[in-house]
Design a protein around this ligand. Structure first.
Ligand SMILES: *Cc1c(COP(=O)(O)O)cnc(C)c1O
Length: 431
């Protein structure tokens, strides 16, 4: 596989773009090799600048659940584009998308559109602090909520320890307001609320953790978090930027039957264009300007092209059988990879929930970030490289989910598993 053109482009990019990429993981730092510059996509496939073809399980990190260049999405975009690309004034499509979202998610009565997931979590946090008059935030190690100052903490260990700044440039006074607890640890949640209960504005959690690999909530974890929040008067924020419309039409909150006060959405709701949202209880959302005093605004919020792409993508997902297909695809991936690892004799665990799957080079169980970090980094790297060489595009990090799309057919999955068998044999040699 030639990568000359990607190499050349990466060199050129590095001269004028920080790190040569516009988001860090894209640089392939932890897996080595040259990041592929992508030229085009169609269905579940993408082609790089050297003309190499890949079966794609990244899907632009989740948004392209209907597949690349989906005909319905392109048609909707063309129709919207012909009318102009943005007005900074309200348009009818924003209402349509808001209506679909509020009818799909049981806890969301009103929403506000923004342009990225980071903006959604940042705004939800501000609203939670304003509504409760409190400042502390409880988050979970290994959960990612965008590059928001208060939420960008390194993975500390220990139970509900005070966080330290996870990045230079985050003021200590922000980081000190963030409490971290291990994911899936009910005891740590109770302890955090015992110690800081009446100062906690909100707990924010990925209801299925999708940024430390794929780590589902253990039974009782989300329920206990809900109860602790209720007892202390804190708000519960579900960051459904990944899980919304991916695990189920009604998101993780429907799948697991736990109702948050506020929900953050992104990725899928923009259908591949920049759109995200936060929303929740009516009495909370009416505190946002202009109804209330909590200020939040955006020049490009509710952009007509992004609304059109989001609506068309949700339209594809609303068709009968969509979630059965997504579920079958990711389950087949997890089962198939697990079988191959067993046959080859590599310590491995895999999981699938709805349209997401994940795997670790670790015998499992993986319940939290500490477990996830014990997975074999060298084996992941070898596996990733071999898959890429064979035309299978996985996320270039062992702390990400795999994403199924409606465009993956069973022959694509079987081709992927055939490549995985070869990759797994190479991986087995890594000590
Ligand atoms: C991707 C992601 C975000 C951030 O969204 P951006 O659009 O990249 O800012 C927030 N939360 C979760 C759970 C995510 O996966």
């Amino acid at each position: 596989m030639s990568t000359d053109r990607s190499k050349e482009l990466f060199k050129r990019a590095k001269r004028v773009i920080a790190g040569g990429v516009n988001s860090p993981v894209r640089a392939f730092g932890s897996v080595g090799g040259v990041p592929r510059f992508i030229e085009r996509g169609k269905g579940c496939r993408i082609w790089d600048a050297d003309g190499n073809e890949y079966i794609d399980f990244v899907g632009s990190w989740g948004p392209l659940i209907a597949g690349h260049a989906n005909p319905s999405v392109l048609k909707a975009l063309r129709a919207a584009m012909a009318l102009g690309t943005g007005f900074g004034a309200p348009t009818e499509r924003e209402i349509e998308l808001a209506e679909v979202i509020t009818s799909a998610l049981p806890s969301v009565q009103k929403i506000r559109m923004v342009s990225s997931g980071s903006e959604a979590t940042m705004s939800a946090l501000r609203l939670a602090r304003a509504a409760t008059g409190r400042e502390r935030v409880l988050k979970f190690e290994g959960c990612y909520h965008g590059h928001v100052d208060a939420l960008l903490l390194g993975a500390g260990s220990g139970v509900a320890t005070l966080g330290i700044p996870g990045s230079p440039g985050v003021p200590a006074c922000y980081a000190n307001l963030t409490i971290q607890a291990p994911y899936n640890d009910v005891g740590a949640v109770r302890q955090a609320f015992e110690r800081w209960g009446d100062e906690i504005a909100c707990a924010i959690v990925e209801p299925l953790a999708g940024n430390m690999g794929c780590v589902p909530p253990l039974p009782g974890f989300l329920e206990e978090l809900r109860e602790c929040c209720d007892r202390s008067g804190a708000l519960l924020i579900f960051d459904e930027v990944i899980t919304g419309f991916r695990l189920a039409w009604g998101g993780a909150q429907t799948l697991y039957g736990v109702k948050p006060d506020l929900t953050c959405l992104g990725k899928i709701v923009g259908g591949g264009l920049p759109a995200a949202a936060y929303g929740g209880r009516r009495d909370l959302m009416t505190q946002v300007a202009p109804d209330g005093p909590v200020y939040q605004a955006g020049t490009l919020s509710g952009n007509p092209l992004a609304m059109a792409a989001g609506l068309a993508t949700l339209g594809e997902l609303a068709k009968a059988g969509s979630y059965e297909r997504l579920g079958a695809t990711s389950q087949r991936m997890a089962d198939g990879l697990g079988e191959i690892a067993r046959e080859v004799g590599v310590e491995f665990t895999a999981v699938a929930v709805g349209g997401a799957f994940g795997f670790f080079f670790h015998p499992g169980p993986v319940r939290n970030f500490a477990d996830a970090q014990k997975a074999h980094a060298g084996r992941f790297k070898r596996f990733f490289q071999s898959m890429l060489e064979q035309g299978i595009y996985l996320a270039p990090s062992r702390f990400e989910c795999g994403f199924a799309s409606l465009a993956h057919q069973s022959r694509d999955i079987e081709a992927t598993l055939a490549a995985a068998r070869i990759a797994m044999q190479k991986t087995a040699r890594v000590r």
